[in-house]
Design a protein around this ligand. Structure first.
Ligand SMILES: [Zn+2]
Ligand SMILES: [Zn+2]
Ligand SMILES: [Zn+2]
Length: 479
């Protein structure tokens, strides 16, 4: 398939994450005086990571270091077009701006599979863009907002986002925040104050009679209103909102109780890119000696086993390079194709290679046994066309020879039978003719003999006809 991998390593955990972890730990174990409890095993993880990077270097696979979350870097590489997609199970990668995500990737031989998700499809089919996804994470919970809004499920959150008809959800969140912080806007859950029975505004008829009503704009008394009149006070406005948009009202009420909503830092973490690519992503040739040493040191792999394992990658790399028109003497040299093969339903060749200098065979490997691998026919042909040409030529010649001998044998048989038949006929008609042995004769001489016999046969037939003619003539005479 020609897939090339780029590994992304985790950087420093973002501050919002550290805060969340601290809060979580505080909730679990009680508040500690230590500002940032360093996680045990973090340094161990880092040292293992370092070795992983060393292994990738041996294999020639490029890697890049993320500033913070690895998903953020993956998304950045994808959004900028450096890579075609991200392999991760972490859905946050979409919030960071990834376009194509491969989830549930498994290399299980019996059931290898991967699910592909496209940001464009999520937008077209679900109406969710990157900002909406961030909003969803805030409403439903994510790494940085562990619980989301209480009692808000996926259905309600999606319904609310859709009810905005494309208007920015995050913008709406910030509007809410402004309202929550504005002392002049009373909370919508505030209790209803007493209203005047005459004008239906806040206050009392008695009070309005003496001091007037501000909403009626009077100094004394107030203006009577009908029962169905809508009072413009804050409480009634809120009631109206609640009636018009109960969904937003309920979310807003819940969001008001959350300190820090809508978590500006979290929104920034997802929407503001911190990564940059400081080096060129380049795949280099796997190093046989480097990998042998690494595998021996870390996995106790004998050198010949490491060679056997990495050979797949090495042949693949060289074939890809040659296919792209980059050839040099340092590449693997194919000696010949042994035979065609089928592997996983794909046509392949069994190839014999010139053993690279640093390649190690197992001890029991016969000295004259060659280095063999099985390679995909399509790729090998593109990389080593001359070897394939030679193989095809040889194969065609062998095929021709086979056919020739087959058809030769067939012709031989027909001739043989014919000759036998003819010779028998001749013998029956003309017993005087001596019969040569038909077997053990070269082909050309057989044909010669056949011709001779045919000539003799015609002579016999001629004599036979003459005899019949004579016989009938004598019959006539006799009559
Ligand atoms: Zn009044
Ligand atoms: Zn009034
Ligand atoms: Zn009112």
């Amino acid at each position: 398939m020609g897939v090339k991998l780029v590994f992304v390593t985790e950087g420093e955990a973002p501050k919002v994450k550290a805060n969340t972890m601290n809060k979580r730990n505080a909730m679990r174990y009680g508040a500690t005086k230590k500002p940032v409890p360093s996680r045990p095993g973090r340094s161990y993880f880092k040292s293992v990571l370092k070795e992983c990077l060393r292994m990738l270097d041996c294999l020639g696979v490029p890697w890049v270091q993320a500033a913070g979350e690895a998903e953020a870097m993956c998304a950045y590489l994808n959004a900028k077009g450096y890579v075609d997609g991200c392999i991760t199970n972490d859905g946050d990668v979409f919030l960071y701006g990834a376009q194509t995500v491969y989830r549930n990737f498994t290399m299980n031989v019996k059931d290898p599979h991967v699910d592909c998700y496209e940001a464009s499809v999520i937008k077209d089919k679900l109406g969710l863009d990157r900002e909406s996804l961030v909003a969803l994470a805030i409403l439903l919970g994510c790494d940085y907002v562990p619980k989301g809004l209480p009692g808000i499920g996926r259905e309600i959150a999606l319904k609310f986002i859709r009810s905005l008809n494309g208007e920015s959800v995050l913008h709406r969140f910030y509007q809410w925040r402004k309202q929550f912080d504005d002392p002049t806007v009373p909370p919508k859950s505030a209790k209803k104050t007493a209203h005047c029975s005459v004008c239906c505004h806040p206050g009392s008829a008695k009070e309005h009679q003496r001091k007037g009503c501000s909403l009626c704009a009077s100094d004394r008394y107030c203006e009577p209103h009908d029962y169905d009149y809508c009072c413009p006070c804050e409480w009634h406005k809120a009631e109206q909102d609640k009636k018009n948009n109960p969904l937003e009202y309920s979310l807003q009420t819940k969001a008001r109780k959350r300190e820090g909503f809508p978590y500006h830092e979290v929104i920034q973490e997802f929407l503001v890119n911190k990564d940059k690519l400081s080096k060129v992503i380049r795949w280099v040739r796997p190093s046989l000696p480097c990998f042998q040493n690494f595998a021996l040191e870390w996995m106790d792999w004998p050198k010949h086993y490491a060679c056997e394992k990495i050979m797949v990658l090495l042949t693949y790399y060289d074939m890809q390079e040659r296919k792209a028109g980059r050839q040099h003497d340092g590449q693997l040299q194919a000696t010949r194709i042994l035979k065609t093969r089928i592997r996983n339903g794909a046509p392949c060749y069994e190839i014999e290679w010139v053993k690279p200098g640093s390649y190690v065979f197992p001890d029991d490997h016969p000295a004259d046994a060659p280095l063999l691998t099985i390679e995909e026919e399509f790729l090998f042909t593109a990389a080593y066309p001359d070897i394939v040409e030679l193989f095809r030529k040889d194969k065609m010649e062998a095929e021709l020879l086979k056919q020739k001998s087959k058809s030769g044998r067939c012709l031989h048989n027909t001739l043989y039978c014919t000759l036998l038949y003819v010779s028998q006929l001749i013998y029956e008609l003309h017993p005087n003719i001596s019969l040569h042995s038909l077997t053990d004769q070269p082909y050309s001489s057989l044909i010669m003999s056949c011709l001779e016999w045919l000539l003799e046969f015609f002579q016999v037939v001629h004599q036979f006809i003459r005899l019949i003619a004579q016989a009938s003539f004598s019959c006539i005479l006799f009559m």
